[in-house]
Design a protein. Structure first.
Length: 531
């Protein structure tokens, strides 16, 4: 039997019955949907997808700006018990081709602004059959697929006759950074999405209050934003992308008392020139991850009363939480108590628990079913490796103090994170190595002034090449996501490697870090185009 609160489409149906005319979603540009309208619209999308051939179990790639349509495409796909595969809006080139082909999707729903990217990889898409452009206006580029425009697409009858998904069904397949290989499609069940909002303090927002977040719907954090509003009976306020110049205007205009911010976003707000009215806003409570080291300065300047944080991954939800105002801003929190009954350990290479104060890998499992990932799509070996000994291995190094507070130390796996985006160093290296004058590349993260990482590429050129960093970056811009393009580039004669196995010793490069010989894209004044 369906637990209606655990599955977002059913929670929406409940709210549509209880408060049909109250706001469910509001866009800062002025659009709004009531709960009744939201239910009608996502069932309309379900009917439209069914009419173009999408059936239960099918995979549908979506590439849409953060908008009502991004949520409607997801909910509509899920109502059919099909599986949405949201593509990061910055994907292009090989990264986009790989996601579409690897996911085995036969249907893509894509905004007109992104269609040109599809034309560049169309010849290498062997399974794709149908492309839906919901906002199509005027001429579209030629594509070797059936193209369905918005007016025709949404003319179908709503699929209000379906039972919808259950909590053990997959809510989405979200691609996350690879370690020694390409990105992996994480099978995320509805039960995992449901437990994620429960990490939030109950008084973050109240009944019929706005929840403001700028996390995109192609991320786990964006998907749970609507849950964060729906579970307590609030409503979601969205903006297409984070705007530091408009953030506080949005907070004031919509009387936002509680919301969420990524740590790098908070850092950018703190770097903005101080204004006399900085603290004159209604925001009281924030979920921030990771928390700024100078969080007290942020709170004082902007009049925020309390902040909480936690730790989570696309694969596991959020097993750690700090509660309001932890003893120091570096901690990711303590183990959550109660449902879904997470177990968390810090272990050595043999999965044996280590003593307090000792660095080890964080591993997780849960007592309740369907609150963690169902594996990696079409990667049984990667799934088995991650779920070794019945525990999910995060690949992150942690240390626990004697009082049970847990601290993130480093990423054991070969991935990094820049301004909220997980980055596979393997994929960035592959993109750079595609340049004909690049012989070899090692990509790693270096500390950023905005928290998290900046991307450093250490490159060996082909013999006789005089390739410059500027020329390389210009070549990369149309070929890879913006957040993949390195900020720092350094050319060297040879990468440090292990004896015998010849593996790149990235720890040597990390210890060296950014030097006087390292080229800095931002210092050079090169501005990347917006996606």
């Amino acid at each position: 039997m369906i637990d209606r609160d655990k599955v977002l489409p059913h929670r929406i149906a409940t709210l549509a019955d209880e408060r049909p005319d109250e706001t469910a979603m509001l866009d800062v540009a002025g659009r709004s949907l009531t709960w009744s309208q939201l239910q009608t619209e996502f069932q309309r999308w379900a009917g439209a997808l069914r009419a173009v051939g999408v059936a239960t179990g099918d995979h549908v790639v979506t590439m849409l700006p953060n908008s009502f349509e991004a949520y409607l495409a997801w909910l509509g796909t899920s109502w059919l018990r099909a599986l949405e595969v949201p593509a990061n809006n910055m994907y292009r080139g090989e990264t986009l081709r790989y996601l579409i082909e690897n996911s085995q999707a036969r249907t893509v729903v894509i905004a007109q602004r992104y269609v040109d990217r599809l034309t560049l990889v169309a010849d290498d898409l062997n399974l794709l059959e149908t492309v839906v452009v919901p906002d199509a206006e005027g001429e579209l580029p030629e594509l070797p697929f059936r193209v369905v425009r918005g007016d025709d697409f949404l003319a179908a009858e709503p699929a209000s006759d379906l039972p919808g998904p259950d909590y053990y069904d997959v809510a989405a397949m979200i691609y996350t950074s690879g370690t020694t290989g390409p990105s992996k499609g994480v099978l995320v069940p509805w039960g995992e999405l449901y437990q994620s909002p429960l990490i939030l303090p109950a008084d973050l927002i109240g009944d019929r209050e706005p929840y403001y977040a700028v996390s995109p719907a192609f991320h786990l954090s964006g998907k749970i934003s609507l849950y964060n509003a729906a579970i307590p009976g609030g409503y979601l306020v969205i903006r297409e992308s984070f705007s530091p110049s408009e953030y506080w205007n949005d907070i004031r205009q919509h009387n936002v008392r509680g919301g969420a911010l990524l740590g790098p976003m908070a850092a950018i707000l703190l770097m903005m020139p101080p204004q006399e009215d900085d603290a004159d806003n209604p925001l009281e409570s924030l979920m921030m991850g990771p928390m700024l080291p100078n969080i007290e300065e942020f709170k004082e300047r902007f009049g925020v009363k309390r902040v909480c944080s936690g730790y989570g991954m696309t694969e596991i939800g959020f097993p750690l939480t700090t509660g309001w105002d932890p003893p120091n801003p570096r901690t990711c929190g303590k183990r959550r108590e109660g449902a879904p009954f997470y177990e968390v350990r810090v272990v050595n290479e043999h999965d044996e628990p280590v003593e307090a104060g000792t660095v080890g890998e964080l591993i997780v499992r849960a007592g309740d079913p369907w609150v963690m990932n169902q594996g990696y799509w079409a990667m049984p070996e990667e799934t088995s490796k991650a779920w070794r000994n019945g525990w999910f291995h995060t690949g992150d190094a942690f240390v626990e103090d004697k009082d049970g507070w847990l601290y993130f130390v480093d990423r054991r796996k070969d991935a990094l994170r820049r301004r909220g985006e997980n980055i596979s160093s393997f994929e960035v290296e592959a993109g750079i190595n595609a340049h004909p004058e690049v012989a070899e590349t090692a990509v790693l993260g270096v500390p950023s002034e905005l928290t998290e990482d900046d991307v450093l590429a250490v490159i060996v050129r082909t013999p006789g090449s005089d390739l410059t960093a500027e020329v390389l970056v210009e070549w990369l811009i149309p070929r890879m996501p913006r957040f993949h393009i390195p900020r720092y580039i350094e050319f060297i004669d040879e990468l440090p490697k292990t004896d015998g196995t010849f593996r790149v010793q990235k720890y040597v490069l990390r210890e060296k870090g950014v030097t006087a010989q390292t080229w800095d894209r931002e210092a050079a004044g090169i501005v990347l185009p917006k996606d």
